[in-house]
Design a protein around this ligand. Structure first.
Ligand code: NFA
Length: 101
């Protein structure tokens, strides 16, 4: 007999996994003005001028830069809104998302 009635039950429920955070990534391009990128970073990601400038210049030099991490739906919404802000102004500015390891 497997004795389920007397054995103390440890971990009745499967442990709830913490949802993965997702990175929002700024991708460099040759057309979007630096000041415009900084303005979008400040507005959409609540960054200071200094933080926004550093993220912009890192993407400019290296090709991409992680802007921030959020739960998946928040990351996707912010990436879409920031990309749309560029599109509305006629720039190819792109923000993508990817899950953290
Ligand atoms: N490379 C753009 C320029 O020289 C600036 C930029 C940085 C664009 C980061 C997109 C992302 N005007």
């Amino acid at each position: 007999m497997s004795d389920t009635s007397t054995r103390p039950r440890t971990r009745t429920k499967p442990k709830t996994e913490r949802p993965k955070l997702h990175k929002v990534i700024l991708v460099n391009d040759d057309y979007t003005p630096r000041e415009f990128v900084v303005r979008v970073l400040k507005a959409e990601f609540r960054m200071s001028e200094d933080q926004a400038y550093r993220v912009m210049i890192t993407a400019h030099r290296r090709g991409t830069c992680v802007v921030a991490v959020y739960p998946r739906d928040v990351a996707e919404t912010k990436a879409t809104r920031a990309t749309d802000a560029g599109r509305r102004a006629g720039f190819p500015l792109l923000f993508t998302t990817e899950p953290e390891e």
